[in-house]
Design a protein. Structure first.
Length: 379
């Protein structure tokens, strides 16, 4: 049976994201020209063509992955789940030799056993594909088409994961330091600071360099997914030319220029790793990293941004050290020129008290499962 094409079919994409970043992801989708953008809790939905699949994976800074939604239906029983899955056009996307592993979750639903639901979804998809290709047994020797299901309040949604590894894995951070900041969240912090490359940018607690590197990618308007691979690159239903066109489009939008982006850390190992990561990201020419105490922070010029994720400390001694660090940082802040914008991400619940002043804005965010607050200060 010939493979089907979905070149001109309008598709539904679901972009999961960290809680608190939905609005930023929605803005990214609109800038990319996607239609029917709908912001939901922890995800953003949109409509697009198959050619938008590579564009989304290559360009999104704040989304976690790109899921292709095949359908949604009520599923209050295993029979309803089986029939709902079997009714979906899996053969439009998965070829006769495609691997199609299944994973997912159940929440607040009559169907609550994830392993049982996995078996049902697998069996139903296999039944549909076997009938479509006239096979009793599917070889599953080709490319991977990861099926995901989400059953919430007795409603089931079915997806194909086009990304593979999460989009926060840009490919530049092979080695990190303790408590790494997710790249998608670092990019969000840069965007929330409204940094576009014109003003100085500082991170006095840079660790492995994630925030300054993401700032450099934003300044150059470099797509974060250009230097990595995605599962859907091996999919027969996505023409290879779409990937080439999406990469060319992204590279055509890059800027050249001189930028003042700096990261400092007291740990020489962290600084060395940050420099290596910047080289892997291709931005070592526009971002500087130095071994420096936070009190050596230099803020020249009337405007700029300080965007940082200082240590917060889990154990008692580390927590006390972190609190002393916040006090010292608050004293440094009083010397910062008044037009500089300062954004600080921390999970410490009493950061403002130790910093010495209330934030002008406070935003709840998550670094993975860790609940944090993003404090914004301006004078």
């Amino acid at each position: 049976m010939p493979e089907r094409t979905v070149d001109h079919q309008m598709l539904t994409y679901s972009i999961p994201c960290l809680f608190g970043l939905e609005g930023l992801v929605g803005d990214e989708l609109r800038r990319l020209g996607l239609s029917e953008v709908h912001v939901d809790n922890g995800r953003v939905l949109c409509r697009g063509e198959i050619s938008d699949l590579p564009r989304l994976n290559i360009n999104l800074r704040c989304g976690e992955r790109v899921l292709l939604q095949l359908g949604a239906f009520p599923a209050r029983s295993f029979e309803a789940l089986f029939e709902g899955v079997r009714a979906l056009p899996w053969e439009d996307f998965i070829p006769r030799d495609g691997q199609f592993p299944v994973k997912g979750y159940c929440l607040d639903s009559q169907l609550h056993s994830v392993p049982d639901c996995q078996k049902i979804v697998k069996k139903a998809a296999a039944r549909r594909l076997g009938q479509a290709y006239g096979l009793e047994t599917l070889p599953e020797a080709g490319a991977k088409y990861q099926i995901q299901f989400a059953i919430h309040r007795d409603q089931c949604a079915l997806y194909l994961d086009t990304s593979g590894a999460g989009l926060h894995k840009r490919g530049y951070r092979a080695v990190g330091v303790e408590a790494p900041l997710r790249e998608t969240l670092a990019a969000a912090m840069v965007l929330l600071a409204r940094f576009r490359g014109k003003d100085p940018f500082r991170d006095p607690f840079c660790g492995s360099g994630t925030i300054p590197i993401e700032a450099a990618l934003v300044a150059k308007n470099r797509a974060p997914g250009l230097d990595r691979s995605f599962d859907a690159q091996k999919w027969a239903c996505v023409p290879g030319q779409c990937w080439l066109d999406a990469a060319d489009e992204a590279m055509d939008k890059e800027f050249d220029g001189k930028y003042d982006i700096w990261g400092g850390d007291i740990d020489p190992k962290a600084v060395r790793i940050a420099r290596e990561n910047a080289a892997k990201a291709g931005v070592e020419d526009i971002v500087r990293f130095d071994r420096a105490d936070m009190q050596q922070l230099r803020c020249e010029g009337p405007y700029g941004q300080i965007v940082t994720n200082p240590p917060y400390g889990e154990r008692l001694l580390e927590k006390e050290e972190a609190e002393g660090l916040y006090r010292a940082f608050g004293q440094v802040y009083r010397q910062v020129p008044p037009q500089w914008r300062v954004l600080v991400l921390t999970s410490h619940p009493e950061f403002e008290r130790f910093f010495g002043r209330k934030a002008d804005k406070k935003r709840k965010l998550y670094n993975g499962m860790l609940k944090c607050d993003l404090y914004q200060f301006s004078r």
